[in-house]
Design a protein around this ligand. Structure first.
Ligand code: AKB
Length: 331
């Protein structure tokens, strides 16, 4: 009995120590997820405890709020140096090449997406950091995957360079957790929609670009066909999911590859209709290109029962709400 009590006290003391000492490193902080995530993490834990880094110089946004460093996600020594200097405990690795760009530069995409992950997983394996967040994607699924309500565990034969790298990454995350007890947590993000950054080489990015063009020119030429339904999510929901999974007690995280996450599903015709309600002269036309094949290989909707059960996930923002927020802020 006494041993159990001593054990519990020790776990609480360790947890308290970790919370007090928590220092966060974000790699790829200037991208779509990083821009919003850095601000939210700084609000939660304090500006000086969240170190934003990116391969590009800061444009004055993140560096004004707190520490910012130029950092190459492929450079293990440089990452290790930042980890030691700032006494980092948690790393969010957001640097990656997205689906459309990765089709043009397969080897560069593979090298960036995989080597950056190994750099961070190895730091955790060697106990230099405590916790890792790594984003996966609906791109891990492929043409042979069931398209509607795609389950957590199902056929996964991705047919894109990006999808292959994310699928391999998921296997490595699970492996490092099983073999080396690395506390790595991950979400399969759907297409994300936000207003703070411009589209960054993804296939779902049409759903960001469409708002910019609607406000500027009242028209948009879509590179996907009108009926191409894809899983999507407003950025605030995605950030809330990321913070929730990272703050959940370790034993609640039962999936160590990556969690399915459902938001809203819509196609170009439906998003255009929601924009037209606010910009009545808005017109959409369609000119599908190579990105159509990528979109056709992905699911239309996602079953996220595991995320709901394990760490209480629930999406909030609807398509209509998202359209109002996007138009108001971009205006
Ligand atoms: C992309 O379109 O490449 C990304 C994704 C779905 O991961 N937004």
């Amino acid at each position: 009995m006494r041993n159990v009590q001593v054990g519990i006290i020790r776990i609480f003391a360790e947890q308290k120590n970790y919370i007090l000492k928590r220092r966060i490193l974000i790699i790829g902080a200037s991208g779509q997820i990083g821009t919003d995530l850095t601000t939210q993490l700084r609000k939660r834990y304090g500006n000086h405890k969240v170190i934003a880094t990116d391969i590009r110089e800061d444009d004055g946004t993140l560096g004004n709020e707190g520490p910012f460093e130029v950092l190459d996600a492929m450079d293990y020594k440089a990452i290790e140096d930042v980890v030691i200097r700032y006494e980092i405990t948690d790393v969010y690795l957001l640097a990656a090449m997205l689906s459309a760009t990765a089709e043009k530069f397969p080897m560069r995409a593979w090298n960036l997406n995989m080597n950056s992950l190994f750099n961070v997983l190895n730091l955790a394996k060697d106990k230099k950091i405590k916790k890792v967040f790594w984003p996966s994607s609906i791109a891990v699924f492929g043409p042979t995957t069931p398209k509607i309500n795609t389950p957590q565990r199902t056929i996964m034969e991705p047919s894109t360079v990006y999808g292959i790298s994310k699928q391999a990454g998921e296997r490595w995350c699970e492996y490092y957790h099983e073999k080396y007890s690395v506390d790595v947590r991950s979400i399969r993000y759907p297409g994300l929609i936000s207003y703070k950054t411009l589209p960054g080489g993804g296939t779902t990015d049409y759903a960001v670009d469409i708002y910019h063009k609607a406000l500027k020119h009242s028209k948009y030429i879509c590179f996907l066909k009108e009926e191409t339904t894809l899983p999507m999510m407003y950025i605030d929901d995605a950030i809330r999911a990321t913070l929730t999974i990272m703050e959940a007690p370790e034993e609640q995280i039962k999936v160590r590859s990556s969690y399915n996450l459902a938001g809203i599903s819509f196609n170009p015709k439906e998003i255009a209709q929601s924009i037209k309600k606010q910009i009545s002269n808005f017109e959409i036309s369609y000119k599908p290109d190579f990105r159509q094949a990528i979109a056709d290989s992905w699911p239309q909707s996602i079953d996220d029962t595991n995320a709901q059960k394990d760490w209480g996930w629930k999406n909030h923002t609807s398509l209509e709400e998202m359209t109002s927020i996007m138009i108001k802020n971009l205006r």
